[in-house]
Design a protein around this ligand. Structure first.
Ligand code: GDG
Length: 478
């Protein structure tokens, strides 16, 4: 409570996201539990708000949320609250239009260059605008003009502008977690002017990489015809200066290191290694949300080609892929599950032994950090094959968990993390032959070089943590 008491004196922090950090749901036995939600944003911001205190405003999407806290308000953690969670209740129609249709069938595929998946429906835009307005009402009710408001991502692009209209002096930061698209693609969005001006309501507009910043300022010049200076990142808009800047998000490095070093993770990693070493096998690991942007199918295609090109690896290399189900209400995502299962089964039919050795094992379930850390630690190689990715925190977690310095990282050139993890082996997920050959090369890297590469990247992550990321954004806006 100390953080909250301190914060009550001056300016408080108000974090605004679509996904709530904690939801109430029912267990199989029918009990209600409060669960932390997986995903990059929560992993990053929960520790920040716990440290500083304040309020987190988000859509209350848990099946038991409204039974457990009918007012929508909840202390986190409930027994000894460090911050307040203010949930917003959305109707099924609002969820469908704002979340499923506009955010996840419109903006997400647009920003991830998946043009043919993009659809912008008029009714979805109406719902998106209404829900963004409802978030702003919640901010106005739950904060004061002197507080700092930090809104997030593509679900809430209109929040900074709508809030600026009501509170001209409020300090507002907005962070865009996913890639910003090139102007040729943004042109496909019928609401691009509202999206751009909505974001320009912020004082600080953060992106993952310099490239994202430049693509954004380019769109501002092209579509709004207003000055935007690439060298300083300053956009002049309605008599204010908006600062467009890259703040590469990171992880809670010491938390991941501690998880990998914990006795239970060490035991699990050792048990996995013993079984592998007995059979002279090489373990590859991949961890993704079930999302087409993560390149799960292209990865399986590359693995198939790898076995064709390097047949002696047939009984040696296995890939354990953890795929956490996600956005099941969006049709493209619901289909993907079956596609991944079929593609994995095909690789196993071709390169495995019926009833015996299977080169691909797919775990279609989320894993907690303890188990993830054990897998990261046990891996000989780790693959991130995103077609395009804002940052990719999983790649950073893998590196931080390499307490034995054993693993090599194969990282998509199209993931934001590539700008920092320069000792990874770059792959192009759409060049299966190149991908397969890089895998063979990475497997052959001798232990000394593996340790050296990991040490360089771990040192970077020990310096650049999620705490530092949040401090940088807040220092820029406050
Ligand atoms: C978006 C952008 C950007 C926990 N269990 C599982 C699991 N987790 C945690 C991971 C990691 C997080 O979820 C996933 O973060 P990513 O960055 O990899 O991916 P997105 O969810 O797509 O996040 C991304 C991020 O926002 C932050 O700005 O980096 O580019 O797309 O912390 O530990 N993850 C998976 N399976 C689990 O079982 N995949």
């Amino acid at each position: 409570m100390a953080a909250q008491a301190d914060a009550a004196e001056g300016s408080r922090l108000v974090v605004v996201t679509n996904r709530e950090p904690y939801l109430h749901r029912a267990t199989k036995a029918g009990h209600t539990v409060l669960r932390r939600t997986p995903g990059g944003v929560v992993t990053a911001l929960d520790p920040v708000l716990r440290l500083r205190g304040g309020t987190w405003i988000a859509w209350g999407s848990g099946e038991r949320d409204w039974e457990e806290a009918p007012s929508g308000q909840l202390g986190i953690p409930p027994r000894d609250p460090e911050y307040v969670l203010q949930r917003i209740r959305l109707s099924p129609e609002e969820v469908e239009g704002y979340y499923v249709e506009y955010a996840n069938r419109g903006l997400w595929p647009l920003c991830h260059l998946a043009v043919e998946r993009v659809r912008f429906y008029r009714h979805a835009w109406t719902a998106y605008r209404r829900v963004n307005r409802r978030f702003v009402e919640a901010i106005l009710n739950g904060s004061r003009p002197e507080d700092t408001v930090w809104s997030h991502d593509y679900h809430l692009a209109l929040v900074p502008g709508l809030l600026r209209d009501r509170r001209p002096t409020q300090r507002i930061a907005h962070f865009w977690h996913i890639p910003w698209p090139p102007a040729t693609l943004l042109r496909l969005c019928p609401n691009r002017l509202d999206i751009l001006t909505g974001l320009l309501g912020a004082d600080v507009l953060g992106f993952q990489t310099e490239d994202d910043c430049r693509r954004f300022t380019d769109c501002v010049r092209q579509f709004l015809d207003i000055p935007a200076d690439d060298a300083t990142g300053i956009v002049q808009y309605q008599g204010r200066e908006v600062r467009v800047e890259s703040f590469p998000i990171s992880i809670d490095t010491s938390l991941v290191e501690a998880a990998a070093e914990a006795p239970s993770a060490a035991r699990l990693a050792r048990a996995i290694r013993r079984r592998l070493e007995r059979n002279h096998r090489i373990l590859g690991v991949a961890v993704d949300r079930l999302d087409y942007s993560k390149g799960i199918l292209p990865r399986l295609e590359a693995l198939d080609l790898f076995f064709q090109r390097h047949p002696h690896r047939r009984d040696q290399v296995m890939l354990l892929q953890v795929v956490a189900p996600s956005r099941g209400s969006v049709p493209d995502y619901a289909r993907l599950k079956g596609e991944v299962e079929r593609a994995a089964a095909q690789v196993n039919r071709r390169w495995g032994v019926e009833g015996g050795w299977q080169p691909v094992v797919t775990l279609l379930q989320p894993l907690d950090l303890r188990r993830l850390a054990a897998l990261y630690r046990a891996a000989d190689f780790f693959v991130v094959s995103s077609l395009v990715d804002g940052m990719n925190l999983v790649a950073k977690e893998f590196v931080a968990a390499q307490v034995d310095g054993r693993g090599v990282l194969l990282l998509s050139e199209l993931a934001g993390a590539m700008a920092e993890l320069d000792q990874a082996f770059p792959i192009n997920p759409l060049d299966p032959e190149g991908f397969a050959d890089t895998l063979e090369m990475a497997i052959r890297v001798p232990p000394d070089e593996r340790r050296a590469r990991i040490a360089t990247m771990r040192a970077h992550l020990q310096l650049h943590t999620v705490q530092e990321w949040a401090e940088n954004v807040l220092a820029a806006v406050e």
